[in-house]
Design a protein around this ligand. Structure first.
Ligand code: SF4
Ligand code: SF4
Length: 435
């Protein structure tokens, strides 16, 4: 997902991660920085996770059997992306589907093309989001040599991971991911855990969190709540049938209900709140400054009055585009639907697309389309209505556009705000005394 990694907030001497947003201080919300999630192999994957939000793009976008960004498109993308950025660091993110299916030579070519267009004094970094199944010695050697940061999908210990992350023939994948973890560690490739929190593993917050931090030794975790509208395979966000949208609290918002607005593997909103509370408490007590949890880092930063570190909790979004294997560019990784196609990279420069009126309107709508209920919410500046793709329920008075996760988000902030405020005071003090 277009949720970018972060820089320091709970500890002042943290090494900033590669895709970190810059601390832009007083600069305008629309600074000239954007990110593109590249899917050079389309939606093709070697496993068949039940909850995958991307596999069905094969049908939706009429992708070929073996989608692959051809040389001309790849070069056009790399060139345009580099030329569109004016910072001292450019971060490429490779994702899918499963991006390793294209083979190491494909990525060797990518690195060569990046060198060809790399301006003097600019660093180029790469992220690879993978299920890890193909990560053998050769891959890990390559990733280490070229300093790739790996985002490894793992949903918890064996039973939790194997619940939804299975092969096409329904076989478990946990042992293969653990094999990848060993290889990554052996070759010193830095990796983050990308965890999809679904209806099942959400019930085991501490077991899940401790597995990641204690058994795997992971120090950066991205929790991504699984929220999939029941018609997500065919209907783009905000194109839902208004008549079918239930009010917050209704039975129809519950995963597992036959008429639910979400798939049965989606996380329950109340469970999400309980999950965040339990993990937050564990994190504050044991891992503050040692383990980075995407949602907590940004919460601390935002309570301190700093910019959001994740698009989902920011006032505006629209700075995280996605490019498909054929060069088509979309407003966001979660908006890869024909309705949200911006243009093709062979026809238009990426920065023209990123700063087009249309894309700016997309990003501004994150704030402007908020229902009154959110505008008067005490947590507005910490939440900003979360991701628009999840705004698929109604407020208590029937207004459209409320986030499905709202009850959980509120419960989390009800519980954590005093601690977040305390942390923010401590960090400010630490900052002042270290000057
Ligand atoms: S729609 Fe906006 S908030 Fe949601 S993932 Fe995309 S960029 Fe982030
Ligand atoms: S917590 Fe709920 S009401 Fe408050 S801003 Fe977030 S989504 Fe809106």
């Amino acid at each position: 997902m277009s949720q970018h990694t972060m820089r320091d907030s709970t500890r002042l001497d943290l090494v900033p991660l590669k895709t970190a947003y810059k601390d832009v201080g007083d600069s305008p919300a629309y600074e000239r920085r954007f990110h593109v999630m590249a899917k050079p192999g389309g939606a093709k994957c070697n496993i068949d996770c039940q909850y995958c939000f991307y596999l069905h793009k094969e049908d939706l976008l009429h992708q070929p059997k073996q989608p692959k960004m051809d040389d001309e498109t790849l070069e056009a993308f790399i060139k345009s992306y580099i030329e569109s950025q004016d910072g001292e660091e450019i971060v490429f993110s490779w994702q899918g589907g499963e991006p390793t299916l294209l083979g190491i030579d494909y990525y060797r070519k990518i690195v060569e093309l990046q060198k060809k267009y790399q301006p003097q004094g600019v660093r180029i970094e790469n992220d690879l989001q993978t299920n890890g199944l193909l990560l053998n010695d050769e891959w890990c050697e390559f990733l280490a040599q070229h300093s790739f940061l790996v985002g490894l999908s793992i949903d918890g210990p064996e039973d939790m991971h194997n619940r939804y992350r299975v092969t096409r023939s329904g076989k478990p994948t946990f042992h293969l991911v653990m094999h990848a973890v060993e290889k990554l560690k052996h070759y010193g490739v830095p990796f983050n855990a990308l965890v999809v929190v679904n209806r099942h593993n959400v019930k085991h917050p501490l077991e899940l969190y401790r597995f990641l931090t204690k058994e795997l030794g992971v120090t950066y975790i991205q929790f991504n709540p699984c929220v999939e509208p029941s018609d997500f395979k065919t209907t783009a966000p905000q194109f839902w049938n208004d008549n079918m949208i239930p009010k917050v609290g209704s039975e129809l918002t519950k995963p597992g209900h036959p008429m639910s607005v979400v798939t049965e593997w989606s996380v329950d909103a109340d469970d999400w709140g309980e999950f965040l509370k339990a993990v937050f408490e564990e994190w504050v007590n044991n891992d503050l400054g040692r383990v980075l949890v995407n949602l907590f880092e940004t919460a601390v930063a935002q309570v301190m009055g700093k910019p959001a570190q994740l698009c989902i909790t920011a006032e505006f979004c629209g700075k995280g585009l996605a490019i498909e294997h054929n060069g088509d560019v979309f407003s966001c990784d979660h908006y890869v639907y024909p309705e949200y196609k911006l243009a093709n990279v062979k026809e238009k420069a990426l920065n023209e697309m990123a700063f087009s009126i249309r894309q700016q309107a997309f990003g501004m709508a994150k704030r402007d389309a908020l229902p009154k209920y959110c505008k008067s919410c005490p947590y507005l500046k910490l939440c900003w209505g979360e991701c628009p793709k999840n705004r698929l329920i109604r407020t208590p008075d029937g207004e459209l556009g409320l986030n499905y996760l709202c009850p959980g988000i509120k419960a989390f902030f009800d519980y954590s705000l005093p601690m977040l405020t305390g942390l923010s005071v401590l960090l400010q003090r630490e900052k002042t005394t270290s000057r």
